[in-house]
Structure formats: structure tokens, C-alpha cells
Design a protein around this ligand. Structure first.
Ligand SMILES: Cc1cc2nc3c(=O)[nH]c(=O)nc-3n(C[C@H](O)[C@H](O)[C@H](O)COP(=O)(O)OP(=O)(O)OC[C@H]3O[C@@H](n4cnc5c(N)ncnc54)[C@H](O)[C@@H]3O)c2cc1C
Length: 537
């Protein structure tokens, strides 16, 4: 019997990120993955890493590696709408390349493009380098059973054969949309099935030679029957994901896809290497619970979203950035039982919000209105093309501008957050309003020494003082010490940052969210820490 504080099922990006963040806090884990390795298959799944995910990468020291592994810095993020690459141009949404992009207000990081088959191996390498994680490939979680003291898990060793038993204090199912862990717990996964989809991963060297619409991250094809397909850059060089929209399912063959791709390009002399077909289901489903006793769900195991928003992986990483400090605090004894309930209370509404935005984007793509005359060389055809181009530009806006989704989520109603009565900032998809209101992510600002405010957070709680009363910070420090709560006090002497944070004292959690703020210590400090650390009640 092997023992571990945390067993993570699934070494996709979410499982790996959880192991990495636990290790950041100094907590050991075992990750089991049924596949033989990470990034073995050139799968065209996630490639958009939003600003928040890049903030996590900043903490883990992976920011530059991700930038280097991602799309070429000079590749624009434009979206082109057309009837075919050699057909009519319907419109274009220009978007800056990484070299010219600036971080939105309130973050030091820009959104980056890095395909999952490169990102996941970077995570796996970083996980190994911590020395605190045992990463077991070719190992499948077969069953789990829990009691008051822990979880007993049976693992199948797929390469060597045989079974291994593990006893974990906590188990986290990061095992994807078809989650075995979720199934074993009997947790329902209701939602919307938005239809089957088929994508092809293709290599097209120098695609730009074969059309005149210029470089873009995505080409979307609309014909006389509406929106039919999209071609998305996978590595920003020569790998592309071609997706048929509509009700394309398992009956689509390789030859159908080749033919559809030639139609989309508008000529058949383009050398295309079809690398892989991917049949997948577009869905918006949510686990009814994220926790049962000592077992948790995170990432696609807990929620799915249509890729039309690029929120799946990013939301999953947000889940485990929050869950890791809670598990760590519980294991080290300073976190109370209430911490573990907060995972679902805090993260489920964020997943619902992000998935709803993704489905809206998908409906907008398809909702072009009549396009019967789109291919006609007539006055009617011209005006229809103008209308559809304008519609598509509007439709894509919230998919391509997501700073609000990435940075503006907040943990309203969390039992760990002490509200201060201030009004919530608008929760918009595209626009983010920096705020240090309790429940929100503490915003970035540059410190005089070149660090970001975000670089102050991560180890225990941080009490930021903006001209705070020394007697009151002392009382808070003493209360934290008395309850074994790790707390550091940081005085920030910058009037602009003080304005942004808006109170003399701001208490920030290890995941960078504000737990409490106030100009005066108007409450019992011991009770405050009990609430924030899940020890109350
Ligand atoms: C076409 C497409 C495009 C996308 N684009 C984006 C994007 O740009 N941005 C974005 O944020 N998201 C995007 N997504 C979504 C993103 O890929 C997923 O949200 C993400 O992969 C989820 O990560 P995960 O770790 O939760 O699950 P997964 O990546 O599914 O990983 C789960 C892992 O668990 C393993 N596993 C399963 N069962 C067991 C078991 N019993 N024992 C051991 N191991 C097990 C699996 O082998 C797998 O490796 C896209 C998805 C698709 C399909």
C-alpha cells in the first residue's frame, strides 16, 4: 500500500497544474495517467492561454518557456470571414500579434497562444523538477472507496500489468469530460449537448501562398447554407485544425474532410497532409457536485464548455489554483473543514459563467441570418456579404476579447470571503475593471522594485498595509500566529496602488484573491482568520 497526501487522477493540463501548485506550497502528490506520456499525440485542442493562466505560469516560472513554445511573436491573431480562401472576403477582425500586444489593465501578462501538445509537456517537466510529485504514466484509476480517514484507490498498471493500491488523504479527479472518478462517485453531469463535431489536424506548408487574404489565426467559412467550417492555427506555422460545423459526426470520413478542406481553400492543388481526425462532442455540462467527502472534481471532469471561447483549460487551471491552497492548508492543519466546501461554492459559478459565454459565441457564429445570395455576383450578393461580414465581426468580438472572463471572476457568496459592502464591478466578458473588493483577484500594479503586486502572493496569507495602523496589524499578526495561520505583512508605500486597493489593510489568500479589507480592524482578528481559513462553524 502506497500512501500519499493527494492522489491526482489524470495528467492533462489540470491534473499537472494541480500537482505543480501543490508542490509550490510544499505538498507532495501522486499523479496517475492512463496514457504512456504527456504530449505524445499531436492533438489540436487548447491553444489559447488567457492572461490569468499566464499569471499562474509566471508564478511557476514557466512564462518565458510558454512564450518560446508558442506561436511566432509576429503572427497576428486576425480572424478572416470568407466564403473560401479563394472566394469572397466577408470581413476581418484584426488583432495584434504577441509582439505588439500589451497586457490589459490590471495584469502583467498577455494572453498567449501555445498548443496543448507543447504546453502540457512544459507543465509535466516543471512537475518533475519539483521533486515532490510522483508522475505515474500508463496507470489507470480503476476504483476508489473512501472512509472518514482517507481514500483507498486501486490502480491498474497498464504497461507492467498488475494492480497497485494507494491510500490518499484526498483524491482529485482531473480525468476529463468522461471522468471515471465522477462516475464512481455517482455524480450527475447534466447540461447541453451541442452536437457532435469533427476536426482534422492538418499540415499545410506555407498556406499563405495559396490565397490573398493574408495571415490570420482563424479563417471562418460561410456559404449559402450558413457558417460551415473553420480553420484555426494550431502552432502558428503550418499546423491547422479544420473543423466542420453543423451536425458533422462519426459518419464523416477522411475523404469527406479532405474534400471539404479543398472547398474551403477554394482550390485543389494545395498540398495538405491530414495527420489525424478527431471526433468530439461540443457540450456545456456541469457536475452537480464538485466534492464528495475526500474526493474532488476539477477541470473538464467538473465542467465542459464549447471551445468557442477558449475557456476550458483556462477555467480548469483556475479550479486547481484555488483548490491547491485549500488542500495544502487542510493537510498542514491551519485550514478548517470549511475550506473544502468552498471549492464548489467558488468555482462552480465561474464555470457556469464561462461555459455560457462559450455557448453564446457558438450560437452567434451560426446565427448569420439568410445567406442564399452570398455567392452571387449581384447587388443582392454584395449587400448580403457586407451584412454577414459585419455580423461575424460582432459575433466574434466576445470570443477574441476575454479579459473580463480571464481576470474579472469573483467569489461572491463564498463562506471564506468577508464582504465589505462595496458594490460589485460589472462582470463583463471583454472588459475587466481592476478592484481589490473582497472575493476578487487582487489586481496587479508594478512595485518600485520591478515586481508585480501578484509576485507578493502565494505563500500563506498576505496582509497588505497601505499606511495601516501598526497596532492593528500587530493584533492581526498575533491572532494569525496564535492559530498557526501563515501570514506575512507587507507595507506598500505607493499612493497609486493604495488608491487601487482602496483600504488601509487588504488580506490576500495564497491564490491571490482578496479575503477581507478594511481601513480599521473593526472585528475580532481571531474570528476573521477563522472565517478566511474555513475554521468558522
Ligand atoms: C477542439 C478543441 C479546442 C479547444 N481549445 C481550447 C482553448 O483554446 N483554450 C482552452 O482553455 N480550452 C480549450 N479546449 C478545452 C481543453 O482542451 C480542455 O478543457 C482541457 O484539455 C481539459 O483539461 P483536463 O486536464 O481537465 O482534462 P483532459 O485534458 O481531458 O485530461 C484528462 C486526462 O485524464 C486521463 N484519464 C482519464 N481517465 C483516467 C483514469 N481512469 N485513470 C488515469 N488517467 C485517466 C486522460 O488520459 C487525460 O490525459 C479545447 C477543446 C477542444 C476539443
Amino acid at each position: 500500500m502506497i500512501r500519499t497526501p493527494v492522489l491526482i487522477v489524470g495528467a492533462g493540463p489540470v491534473g499537472l497544474a494541480l500537482a505543480l501548485e501543490l508542490a509550490w506550497h510544499g505538498t507532495r502528490s501522486i499523479v496517475v495517467e492512463q496514457d504512456a506520456g504527456t504530449g505524445l499525440v499531436l492533438l489540436a485542442k487548447a491553444s489559447t492561454l488567457n492572461e490569468r493562466t499566464m499569471e499562474f505560469c509566471r508564478r511557476w516560472g514557466l512564462r518565458d518557456a510558454v512564450a518560446a513554445a508558442g506561436f511566432p511573436a509576429e503572427m497576428p491573431r486576425d480572424v478572416v470571414f470568407c466564403t473560401a480562401l479563394n472566394g469572397f472576403l466577408l470581413g476581418r477582425q484584426p488583432m495584434a500579434c504577441a509582439r505588439d500586444r500589451r497586457p490589459p489593465t490590471g495584469t502583467p501578462e498577455i494572453l498567449r497562444k501555445c498548443p496543448q501538445f507543447r504546453f502540457d509537456p512544459l507543465l509535466a517537466e516543471a512537475v518533475r523538477a519539483t521533486g515532490l510529485v510522483e508522475l505515474r504514466y500508463a496507470t489507470r484509476c480503476e476504483s476508489l472507496e473512501q472512509d472518514e480517514d482517507g481514500v483507498s484507490v486501486v490502480l491498474a498498471n497498464l504497461a507492467a500489468g498488475g494492480m497497485t493500491r494507494v491510500r490518499a488523504e484526498y483524491v482529485v479527479g482531473c480525468d476529463g469530460a468522461g471522468s471515471h472518478v465522477r462516475g464512481a462517485l455517482g455524480i450527475d453531469f447534466p447540461g447541453y449537448r451541442l452536437g457532435p463535431s469533427v476536426s482534422a489536424m492538418v499540415r499545410i506548408p506555407d498556406l499563405g501562398r495559396y490565397h490573398g487574404f493574408g495571415p490570420a489565426e482563424r479563417y471562418m467559412f460561410v456559404g449559402s447554407s450558413g457558417t460551415s467550417a473553420s480553420l484555426n492555427a494550431v502552432d502558428g506555422v503550418d499546423l491547422w485544425r479544420f473543423t466542420l460545423l453543423g451536425s458533422a459526426g462519426a459518419d464523416v470520413r477522411e475523404s469527406d474532410l479532405q474534400a471539404a478542406l479543398h472547398r474551403a481553400i477554394g482550390r485543389d492543388d494545395v498540398p495538405i497532409e491530414l495527420l489525424r481526425l478527431m471526433y468530439w462532442r461540443r457540450s456545456q455540462c456541469h457536475a452537480e457536485r464538485y466534492r464528495q467527502g475526500r474526493v474532488f472534481l476539477a477541470g473538464d471532469a467538473a465542467h465542459t464548455a464549447s471551445p468557442s471561447g477558449a475557456h476550458g483549460l483556462n477555467t480548469g487551471l483556475g479550479d486547481v489554483f484555488g483548490l491547491a491552497w485549500m488542500l495544502d492548508a487542510r493537510l498542514k492543519g491551519w485550514g478548517g473543514a470549511g475550506l473544502l466546501d468552498a471549492h464548489e461554492v467558488e468555482r462552480r459559478p465561474v464555470a457556469l459563467r464561462n461555459a455560457a459565454a462559450s455557448t453564446r459565441n457558438f450560437s452567434n457564429w451560426l446565427d448569420t441570418g439568410e445567406t442564399f445570395a452570398l455567392l452571387d455576383n449581384s447587388h443582392e450578393g454584395t449587400s448580403e456579404r457586407e451584412r454577414v461580414g459585419a455580423h461575424m465581426r460582432d459575433a466574434i468580438y466576445e470570443e477574441w476579447h476575454t479579459a473580463g472572463i480571464a481576470l474579472g471572476y469573483r467569489y461572491e457568496g463564498s463562506p471564506l470571503i468577508v464582504p465589505d459592502g462595496s458594490a460589485a464591478t460589472p462582470d463583463e466578458v471583454s472588459d475587466y475593471v481592476p478592484t481589490a473588493r473582497p472575493g476578487h483577484r487582487a489586481p496587479h500594479a508594478w512595485l518600485a522594485d520591478g515586481r508585480s503586486m501578484l509576485d507578493l502572493f502565494g505563500h500563506g496569507l498576505v496582509l497588505l498595509g497601505f499606511g495601516a495602523d501598526a497596532g492593528e496589524t500587530d493584533r492581526l499578526e498575533r491572532a494569525a500566529a496564535a492559530s498557526g495561520t501563515p501570514l506575512s505583512v507587507v507595507a506598500v508605500d505607493d499612493p497609486e496602488i493604495a488608491d487601487l486597493y482602496a483600504r488601509r489593510m487588504v488580506l490576500v489568500r495564497p491564490d491571490g484573491h482578496v479575503a477581507w479589507r478594511g481601513d480599521r480592524l473593526d472585528r475580532d482578528p481571531a474570528a476573521l482568520f477563522d472565517t478566511v481559513c474555513g475554521r468558522a462553524g
